[in-house]
Write a protein that binds this ligand. Structure first.
Ligand SMILES: Cc1ncc(COP(=O)(O)O)c(C=O)c1O
Length: 405
């Protein structure tokens, strides 16, 4: 028998598959941008569940949507539809380029659907020769075998036997490389409109516009993976709005549920037609609990107040991180957009981002890394100015510890 007193981090190693190596403490409670662990220690949360908790922990609008739906209907499967799923799809299609929504449970699954749809569209419209998928090195699209192969990081996709085929990569921001590779055999180009896991790398707007043009010239679909950038993270509901480039398919997850697992693929009617009944599906996709929570998140995030607030918070973060760097000289650059920010290590601290993450935990602030060289910040979109200040003061102590001051 186990109870809460005997459950601890050591036990994790005995009972879990060792594909994760979580922090040494076990969080038990969260409120807004603060988290408490089993020992009652409190942390400022700048990690946000990896860009998921867009309204912080236990936001009242989410709690009440979940409570209300939990007393009505939990699950049906797609043999039936449900009201929250239809309402959320209506909202998403009203405010985006998309006319149609497919629900999944995660980012990887939304991307898997996008890739399968693109292949189906190309094969049905043009024939079997049009199968090539082009994506970008250092991209990240999830961990199913299709999506991890499309993601441009062999460390994640190698060692599992034969990979799905007809997938090629070029460097992000290198339009000449794409121009050379793309042809009438290309079925889709998949990209993040700001690479998150790959190091918080912002694309040149001209590059993204040129990708769109090349897709048009070759009748290839442009898929934007907005799993990390979407749902307010960069200061607009989706990042494509600020780029002025409209994709053919867009995927959303993470912040879409604010902490409740849900993913979605958005597209036009014409493209959507190629997934006829029976061609793709998911038992849980469109689950009423997930959709009810997501709808509540949407109503808070898709407001001028929240989206303008993201831009304001970006400024606060950037100013204070720059000030920390002026004192300690550890970063080469503070980059990113909205509340998807990265502090890149300078030469002296190359490869040591994790040291800052670990020191942060010791000083009561949760941050992320994006590769070995970037400390990443993806906090709640509605985090208070006070929490930002407090968290960055703690982070400064962590920086001082790493540099030995
Ligand atoms: C851009 C992007 N796509 C897809 C995924 C995969 O999402 P999930 O872990 O929900 O499958 C991630 C996760 O980090 C991501 O950042």
């Amino acid at each position: 028998m186990t109870d809460n007193k005997t459950v601890n981090r050591e036990m994790f190693n005995d009972v879990m598959v060792p594909n994760y190596n979580p922090a040494s403490m076990v969080p038990v409670k969260g409120e807004g941008a603060r988290v408490w662990d089993q020992k009652g220690r409190e942390y400022v949360d700048f990690a946000g569940g990896i860009a998921v908790n867009c309204l912080g922990h236990c936001h009242p609008a989410m709690v009440s949507a979940l409570q209300e739906q939990s007393q009505k209907l939990w699950h049906l499967s797609n043999v039936f539809t449900n009201e929250p799923a239809i309402r959320l799809a209506k909202k998403l299609t009203e405010v985006t380029f998309a006319d149609r929504v497919y629900y999944a449970n995660s980012g990887a699954e939304a991307n898997e659907a996008a890739l399968k749809l693109a292949r189906r569209w190309a094969i049905e419209k043009h024939g079997e020769h049009k199968q090539q998928i082009i994506a970008f090195t250092k991209g990240f699209h999830g961990r199913t075998f299709f999506t991890v192969t499309v993601g441009g990081q062999p460390a994640y996709s190698d060692g599992f036997g034969p990979k799905p085929g007809a997938i090629e990569h070029v460097d992000y921001n290198n339009i000449d490389a794409l121009k050379e590779l793309i042809s009438d055999k290309t079925c889709a180009v998949m990209m993040e409109p700001l690479q998150g896991e790959g190091g918080v790398v912002t694309p040149d707007v001209e590059f993204v516009k040129a990708v769109r043009e090349l897709c048009n010239e070759n009748d290839a679909l442009l898929i934007f993976d907005e799993v990390q950038t979407g749902f307010g993270r960069t200061g607009s509901l989706y990042a494509y709005e600020q780029l002025g480039v409209t994709p053919d398919i867009l995927t959303s997850a993470k912040a879409l549920g604010g902490g409740f697992p849900i993913g979605a693929m958005l597209t036009t009617t014409e493209i959507a037609e190629h997934l006829k009944p029976g061609t793709h599906g998911s038992t849980y996709g469109g689950n009423p609990l997930a959709c009810a929570v997501s709808e509540a998140v949407f109503d808070v995030v898709n407001t001028k107040e929240t989206l303008d607030g993201v831009k304001q918070r970006e400024q606060w973060f950037k100013e204070q991180l720059i000030a920390i760097n002026e004192k300690y000289n550890v970063f080469s650059e503070i980059r990113g957009q909205g509340l998807l920010l990265g502090a890149a290590m300078n030469e002296e601290y190359e490869g040591r981002a994790r040291d800052f993450l670990l020191a942060g935990q010791e000083h009561g602030v949760m941050v992320l890394i994006a590769g070995a060289n970037v400390v990443r910040f993806t906090p709640s979109l509605v985090i208070s100015e006070e929490d930002i200040k407090e968290g960055l003061q703690r982070f400064e102590k962590a920086v001082a510890q790493v540099v030995g001051q």
